[in-house]
Write a protein of this length. Structure first.
Lengths: 159, 649
């Protein structure tokens, strides 16, 4: 009886506490990141902030930075969009021109220019996550910005 | 009277017996300094509880108010910096004294029967103390806390099976936000301290139940009562902790009274502004370094399995001690653990010290932190939070925008705005030599060779890849439209050099030819007037004083522009000339002029069809109006400068 009396408020509290687990995230849609003109012809990746509307619990933010993305030209109109988040522990990687690749400043994971792992002893379990990218109206670059689960070999979007 | 009151209380509560047991407990073999460790742990906890409580009274957990409320505590509230400083160093002290307490328990064998449980209690306190520190990191919600917290939250995700769930519960959602802060606060100020208090209470109770230690065998020391001998030792030990902590906060302030006192508070967290110098608290650096050695997919070993295993070995120490050399093994094991952690931690520090990215990020972070302080002083913090102040600040955003959008052609004082020289990998073509490449890129030959060690000694062949500076294709824009800048433009020796038209198709154009022909020594006085008049069009903040004083000179210069110097043969000046073939000089370099120019340099008012490669940043929607405004303000040196400082560096 006593246990039940204690369990009831605890259960109600726990249900509220666990609310985030059952709250489904709205699917990410494409957001406009930049225009084609800003991307160097020589294929050097450039980092852009991603602005989007974001809901954080009780606040609705309009057009705030939600993350960042590296964009590069592969061929004339073929683009590659890479998430800047290192799949190891979530630090943002930097592009290092001398090495023609990405370096994570936290645990030194190295990635090739196309996002692939540079060596298999790298702390990162998988290559940099590529994002879906589209060119609309001839010049606008749109990216479907997503977060992926860290620390696993599989590329799995955060639910 | 007092006696009677005491007797009354004692009779009803039994307090007298408790006081007797606590104060007048018999210590076999007398008091010892090392018996004070427990008291020191307890004291540090209480210090954290008290300072933490008062910080809590001023803290507001949400993404728009967390940093802001701590900033207010730190810089506005009387003594706030001291309170936060004590809490900051107290947190580190708590971990340190716990480790030392554990160490002395093992060294002196105070973990043997019947004190095993008491030993485990101290061992359990350690992860709780680290959890306190980890949750406390995020609460100020500055760049450092935000980026350093992402890592442990990420690592939480690799916990087998439960990982992603744990992570989501900890963050209160899928990303760090309001609920991450409310959760961390509830843990940091509620649940975790409660657990710590219970464990500490149990530890204290058991210590008193079993006595501090067994009586030393080969010492004829007489027994003593806890009070006053041990009581005094405890009090002194606690005082030492306080003095040391106060020293950590106050000594830097005395050494440098001009700087803001207290523990550094970084710039407000911004999820899109990476901070590449995020590191855990120093006593966790060893784990940070340890994780570098685990290739992808195996980090669960480094972060969870191995630490848990080591914890289990330590927990079994009371039983291991029963074996013949068990006690020695325990002492050795623990000391080698500490040595290993120190070596790893040192390694992490050494690697960072020689890491360019880390050092640059550190310097940028300090700059941003100083800047946000100035901005909050001038403008106050808007309801949307302080991060917006930095996003709207030309001094902060200008260099970044320039580096990203302009520095592929332009330079700013020789660099890309942020202090870096833009680099590129150049694939050598047939017939190119070190000399020809250096000349084309306006580099010193020695610099080019130095960048390409060890290849630099050999002659180049087609297909070789070398590192070189990006060639400046357009003028250097430091102090654009100022008198110094224009004086360089109208210098026959410089107009076709790398700082002006050297990289452009105007290198041998009409303007360059005109400068070489007309800007001669005989006309130096008039040229000065023309430059002053043209520069005055920009209305630069830095020249406001001079221009007021030299109004006459400027007037004469204006007459020369349309008169003797005949600038208006090609340029418009004052009134619109439909036949003008070169950029309009009306309002040259002013905010409005620059914004229109950046928006579309190929407009008929500017270069028209003659425009070289510069894109139309507004018309092609490369930058929005706000970004172009920030860029223009930055190029014009027009940003808030706190009174008393003549320039921000």
């Amino acid at each position: 009886m006593g246990a039940a009396a204690l369990a009831a408020p605890a259960a109600i509290g726990a249900r509220v506490f666990l609310d985030p687990l059952t709250r489904l995230k709205a699917p990410e849609s494409f957001v406009k990141v930049t225009t084609l003109d800003t991307l160097p012809e020589d294929g050097t990746p450039v980092q852009f902030p991603v602005l989007a509307d974001r809901r954080d619990a009780w606040t609705k933010f309009t057009q705030v930075p939600v993350g960042a993305v590296f964009l590069q030209r592969q061929e004339q109109d073929k683009l590659l969009a890479l998430s800047v988040v290192c799949p190891h522990a979530g630090c943002f990687v930097d592009y290092v021109q001398e090495q023609q690749g990405f370096l994570c400043p936290c645990h030194n994971s190295l990635f090739l220019k196309d996002g692939g792992l540079k060596d298999k002893d790298s702390p990162s379990p998988r290559p940099l996550d590529s994002l879906e990218v589209q060119v609309r109206n001839k010049n606008e670059v749109w990216v479907r910005f997503q977060d992926f689960q860290l620390g696993i070999a599989e590329k799995k979007p955060v639910a | 009277m007092m006696k009677q009151l005491w007797a009354w209380v004692d009779e009803r509560t039994g307090a007298g017996r408790v006081v007797d047991a606590l104060l007048f407990q018999n210590l076999p073999g007398g008091s010892r300094w090392r018996y004070s460790w427990g008291a020191v742990v307890l004291y540090t906890f209480l210090l954290q509880a008290v300072t933490g409580f008062f910080l809590w009274t001023a803290y507001s957990p949400s993404t728009q108010t967390a940093w802001e409320s701590i900033h207010y505590v730190q810089h506005e509230m009387t003594g706030g910096w001291l309170l936060r400083g004590l809490h900051h160093f107290g947190a580190q002290a708590f971990v340190v004294v716990l480790v030392l307490h554990l160490l002395q328990m093992v060294i002196y064998g105070v973990y043997r029967a019947p004190r095993e449980v008491n030993f485990w209690l101290v061992l359990l306190l350690l992860p709780l103390a680290i959890a306190m520190s980890a949750t406390g990191w995020l609460l100020p919600y500055d760049q450092h806390g935000f980026w350093a917290s992402r890592v442990p939250i990420g690592i939480m995700g690799v916990t087998p099976v439960l990982g992603p769930w744990l992570q989501k519960i900890a963050m209160g959602g899928s990303t760090i936000g309001h609920h991450t802060l409310t959760h961390f606060l509830a843990l940091h100020a509620g649940l975790l301290p409660l657990c710590l208090a219970v464990l500490l209470g149990a530890h204290y109770y058991l210590t008193r139940r079993h006595g501090f230690a067994d009586a030393p065998k080969d010492c004829a020391c007489p027994d003593e009562k806890y009070f006053p001998a041990q009581f005094l030792k405890d009090a002194v030990a606690c005082l030492v902790v306080l003095v040391v902590l106060l020293g950590f906060v106050l000594v830097p302030h005395w050494q440098n009274p001009a700087a803001a006192p207290g523990v550094h508070l970084g710039a407000p967290a911004d999820p899109s502004e990476q901070y590449s110098a995020a590191r855990p608290e120093w006593f966790m650096l060893f784990l940070f370094q340890f994780l570098k050695y685990f290739p992808g997919g195996t980090e669960v070993w480094g972060a969870i399995v191995i630490p848990t295993f080591i914890g289990a070995v330590v927990a079994l120490m009371p039983f291991v001690a029963k074996w013949r050399h068990g006690h020695r093994f325990n002492v050795l094991f623990l000391i080698s653990l500490l040595v290993a952690a120190t070596v790893l931690g040192r390694q992490a520090v050494l690697q960072d010290r020689s890491d360019e990215t880390y050092l640059t990020a550190k310097a940028d972070a300090t700059r941003a932190a100083d800047r946000i302080r100035d901005l909050t002083l001038e403008r106050g913090i808007p309801p949307s939070g302080a991060a917006a102040l930095l996003r709207d600040d030309p001094y902060t955003q200008g260099p970044k925008l320039f580096a990203k959008n302009c520095a592929s052609c332009h330079r700013y004082d020789g660099h890309d705005g942020t202090g870096q020289k833009p680099l590129t990998t150049h694939a050598v073509r047939e017939g190119e030599t070190w000399e020809s490449i250096a000349e084309f890129r306006f580099m010193k030959l020695a610099d080019l060779r130095a960048m390409n060690q060890p290849k630099a000694g050999q002659p180049l062949k087609a297909g070789d890849k070398i590192i070189a500076h990006v060639r400046p294709w357009a003028p250097d824009l430091k102090d654009f439209a100022s008198r110094t800048w224009l004086a360089g433009l109208m210098d026959p020796a410089r107009v076709s050099g790398p700082d002006y038209f050297g990289g452009t198709k105007f290198k041998d154009g009409k303007m360059a030819k005109w400068v070489k022909k007309n800007c001669v020594l005989e006309k130096a006085d008039d040229l000065k007037k023309v430059i002053a008049a043209l520069s005055a069009e920009a209305r630069l903040k830095s020249q406001a004083g001079v221009e007021k004083a030299e109004a006459d000179l400027i007037k004469q210069g204006r007459a020369l522009i349309t008169g003797d110097f005949a600038c208006t043969d090609c340029h418009s000046f004052g009134k619109k000339d439909p036949d003008a073939t070169a950029p309009d000089l009306t309002g040259y370099g002013s905010r409005a002029w620059l914004i229109r120019f950046i928006g579309n340099p190929a407009h008929a008012d500017f270069y028209g069809k003659r425009n070289d490669r510069m894109p139309a940043f507004a018309d092609k929607k490369i930058l929005d109006a706000k970004q172009i405004g920030l860029l223009a303000d930055w190029l014009r040196g027009d940003w808030y400068v706190p009174p008393g400082r003549n320039g921000v560096k």
